[in-house]
Design a protein around this ligand. Structure first.
Ligand SMILES: C[S@@+](CC[C@H](N)C(=O)[O-])C[C@H]1O[C@@H](n2cnc3c(N)ncnc32)[C@H](O)[C@@H]1O
Length: 242
């Protein structure tokens, strides 16, 4: 049974994570993420061309300082968020406090382990958009996390996941390592679809397909309006069929 007071609780019905192959969301290193990310990593995880592609994409999607989005959440963040021009407010959420504190584009930071709990400490509709850069592959319950992101982003807001082909192999989910780059775009699209909280996702390769440098893929979708009852029937209507 789901807990109605917990917005991240899996809705009544089958757990969509179970539609993926057995072991898809397991990892070589199943120790708490707090241990792995306690070490500072003041590095870039993709090359300069891929970083530039992230910034361009954010601009095209209207979620950086030049666009209408004023308040943006960057989940699984570190010391760098890749905006060409940051939005008026950028809240970064991740595991390593020293890295987050050093993020010069951030207005505020939150240390939070999304694999321990998808529930984030923000009210509904708190942000205009959200980003997750080169990190979705570390989530063991990504559908719960994307459903929770949809709760804290306003309807109509864009949520974008970008990824490349590099990773910490012991912390990435096994399923990610078993599929190719095109399949990863499909899988991330499926994460969005399974939440039921977004319009149809879109995907793009944002770097040239020239085999030079790190590729940068993006999958993004807009948060839907909360579910409207149709045909005048409401779930608690004694006359409704359920
Ligand atoms: C490859 S780095 C990417 C960092 C940053 N987004 C970037 O573009 O450079 C992966 C990031 O995911 C964050 N992360 C990993 N596991 C996490 C978890 N369970 N909850 C929240 N953040 C996590 C780490 O703190 C780390 O900064």
């Amino acid at each position: 049974m789901s807990d109605a007071s917990d917005p991240t609780a899996t809705p009544v019905g089958p757990d969509p994570h179970e539609e993926f192959p057995v072991g898809f969301f397991t990892r070589v290193d199943e120790t708490p993420d707090t241990e792995f990310y306690d070490s500072d990593r003041f590095v870039t995880h993709i090359d300069d061309r891929a970083i530039a592609a992230v910034g361009r994409l954010y601009r095209q999607l209207g979620i950086d300082g030049a666009g209408p989005a004023r308040s943006v959440l960057d989940i699984m963040s570190s010391w760098i968020s890749h905006f060409v021009e940051p939005p008026a407010e950028l809240v970064v959420l991740g595991m390593n406090e020293r890295e987050l504190r050093a993020n010069r584009q951030a207005s505020a930071y939150v240390v939070h382990d999304l694999n321990a709990s998808a529930a984030m400490p923000f009210p509904d509709d708190r942000f205009d958009a959200a980003t997750c850069c080169v990190s979705v592959d570390y989530l063991v319950r990504p559908i719960d996390v994307l459903r929770e992101v949809a709760r804290v982003v306003k309807p109509g807001g864009t949520v974008v996941c970008t990824f490349s082909n590099r990773c910490f192999p012991t912390k990435v989910i096994r399923g990610w390592l078993a599929i190719n780059e095109q399949q990863r775009c499909h899988v991330v699209g499926q994460y969005f679809r399974h939440t039921g909280a977004y319009h149809e996702p879109q995907a793009a390769l944002c770097t040239p397909a020239d085999g030079l440098g790190d590729p940068l893929y993006a999958v993004w979708a807009m948060v839907r309006e909360p579910e409207q009852a149709t045909d005048g029937e409401r779930p608690d209507d004694p006359g409704a069929t359920v």
